[in-house]
Design a protein around this ligand. Structure first.
Ligand code: 13P
Ligand code: SF4
Length: 303
């Protein structure tokens, strides 16, 4: 029996479901029951009523969100080291400091935050619904963290004032993209459209034909009449883009754009995770209660 068969057997035995983010390794995406962006996999986790265990092939904050939304289920993260560095950039102390500085301003946090931070906010958002979440608020000044680039992008889109907390939160992988690389690729593929993630710098957003979350990029690529795309997000998404659009061509805007944390989930680790039921993700109930409120409020916003 090969490893994939062993994983499938264990999955059935343990009534488990495997959810994977769009940046996972191709073999993980292929074995998963569902592949999606951060909001889609969190929502999916809440819809799988028959599953007793959810294996989250992603990073810490996504598995934490699943555990918060499914307190009765076992949520497993195959690699404990899969921690998003951006989520580590925003501390509870910083949120409290900024709340004191801007009393009355609502706090909106990107889901790329730890549960303890989410417990301090009014509502969460993802890159797929950040604009709609900010628009839904009856306030012109909003504290927003931790991604400064997403804050800038949403500010441009909504005309509201977004105060970035911390001042310079960022995704190290998305900051690797540079417009000069896009220029070179455009010389080689002049008809290609440029699609980028809002975590990219403003310089990258300026050269983009489309800006959106990973799943919005997938939808755009499918619907666009264009046949070639230069993609400004983590390289894992290209597997899904190519699989769903075999007649189209996709070029990564920078070959080194790999999120090492997302790649820590391997088939071996997934197998061990299912077999030994590790690593169990737990969020203290007091924190989970408050974070759940912010996540649920996000789900209520139409996007
Ligand atoms: P989305 O899949 O929600 O676009 O998120 C991108 C990301 O960086 C997740 O870590
Ligand atoms: Fe975090 Fe960036 Fe990796 Fe997403 S791609 S998990 S934001 S470091």
């Amino acid at each position: 029996m090969d490893l994939s068969e062993k994983i499938q057997n264990l999955k059935r035995e343990k009534k488990a479901i495997i959810l994977a983010h769009n940046y996972q390794r191709p073999e993980i995406q292929d074995i998963a029951d569902y592949v999606g962006d951060s909001i889609e996999i969190s929502r999916k986790a809440t819809q799988e009523e028959d599953a007793e265990t959810i294996v989250f092939c992603a990073v810490d904050f996504m598995a934490e969100s699943a555990a918060i939304l499914n307190p009765k289920k076992k949520v497993l993260l195959p690699s404990l080291g899969a921690r998003c560095p951006m989520a580590q950039m925003l501390t509870v102390e910083e949120i409290k400091r900024q709340k004191a500085k801007y009393p009355g301003a609502p706090v909106v946090l990107y889901v790329n935050t730890l549960a303890s931070a989410k417990a301090q906010c009014d509502v969460c958002c993802t890159s797929a619904n950040a604009v709609e979440v900010i628009q839904s608020l009856d306030a012109d000044t909003v504290l927003f963290g931790p991604d400064r680039n997403l804050a800038e992008y949403v500010q441009e889109k909504t005309g509201k004032t977004l105060i970035p907390i911390p001042e310079y939160g960022f995704c190290p992988t998305h900051l690797l993209f540079q417009p000069e690389d896009v220029k070179v690729l455009k010389l080689q593929h002049p008809d290609a459209e440029v699609v980028v993630h809002p975590e990219c710098s403003s310089e990258m957003r300026k050269v983009a034909d489309f800006i959106g979350s990973t799943s919005k990029m997938c939808r755009y690529a499918k619907e666009s009449p264009c046949r070639q795309f230069i993609v400004g997000t983590e390289e894992g998404l290209l597997h899904r883009l190519r699989k769903e659009n075999p007649e189209k061509q996709f070029f990564l805007a920078y070959e080194g754009a790999v999120c090492p944390n997302m790649k820590l989930t391997t088939l071996d680790r997934l197998y061990v995770s299912l077999r030994e039921e590790k690593h169990l993700v737990r969020v203290p109930e007091q924190t989970a209660q408050k974070a759940r409120k912010a996540l649920k409020r996000m789900f209520e916003v139409k996007s």
